[in-house]
Design a protein around this ligand. Structure first.
Ligand code: GLN
Length: 240
């Protein structure tokens, strides 16, 4: 294996990790190896020391109770996360952590869980959950397939761009057709699935940015994604 290490930080792996979101970390790990890099995964949970050097940060979804559990620790590391985002560190935040990377999540019970405001988004919990298979489309990544299950409905401000436009399902909210958000190399999305194994172009984007930042080089990627392409074909035909 190469002596070129890429460090993945898995945020709140104990409490924010549902519907297979850990698969995003496994996917990055495998693809990094297949491209000749040595992946190192660090799990970060409440009270841990935030590592001094990270290349990719990944976070998953969680119950409202999980979000409540991590909220104060997240405030402590918020300034560091914002600094890393401004320095172009690639990040992927799914559902529960996507919401808390925004300004706040007001739960369906009326509790306000403060976010870190890294993304210019606001989330309001509703009594009806948005659940099912989802397909969106992005100019950069093509069709994005996954599964969503959330009570929170997210609305984007001017400081972020949409990740994709919804073709099947709900996405950020039940009002417009936006799904997810982009700020620099930070991607937020409601898509579980896991997202990256089903949408390897997004995984490769995160890897390319990390390798560019760390080693100032272009990734040579000869991964055979034949089986993944077949699985995507099936996923694109699934009912909601
Ligand atoms: N608890 C949040 C909501 O219901 C996030 C859910 C999730 O991460 N799947 O909106």
């Amino acid at each position: 294996m190469s002596d070129k290490t890429i460090t993945i930080l898995h945020l709140y792996s104990n409490d924010m990790n549902i519907y297979g979101d850990r698969g995003n970390v496994l996917c990055l790990k495998c693809r990094l190896e297949w491209c000749g890099y040595t992946p190192e995964v660090i799990e970060y949970n409440q009270g841990d020391q935030f590592p001094s050097d990270v290349d990719i940060i990944v976070g998953g979804g969680g119950q409202d109770s999980g979000q409540d559990k991590i909220k104060s620790d997240l405030q402590k590391i918020g300034p560091k996360l914002r600094e890393l985002a401004d320095n172009n560190v690639p990040m992927l935040m799914i559902c529960g952590l996507y919401q808390l990377f925004g300004k706040f999540f007001k739960t369906a019970d009326g509790e306000i869980i403060k976010g870190i405001g890294l993304l210019d988004i606001e989330t309001y919990g509703k009594s009806e959950r948005l659940i099912g298979n989802i397909i969106t489309h992005s100019e950069q990544f093509g069709d994005i397939v996954g599964y969503e299950n959330h009570s929170g409905q997210t609305f984007l401000g001017n400081g972020v761009q949409t990740l994709g436009r919804v073709r099947l399902g709900a996405g950020n909210n039940a009002v417009d057709v936006s799904e997810g958000a982009r700020y620099k190399n930070v991607i937020g999305s409601y898509l579980h699935g896991s997202l990256l194994p089903k949408n390897p172009d997004i995984a490769d984007f995160l890897i390319e940015q990390a390798v560019k930042n760390r080693y100032n080089e272009v990734v040579s990627n000869n991964i055979d994604d034949g089986l993944t392409r077949l699985a995507r074909k099936v996923a694109l035909k699934l009912p909601r």
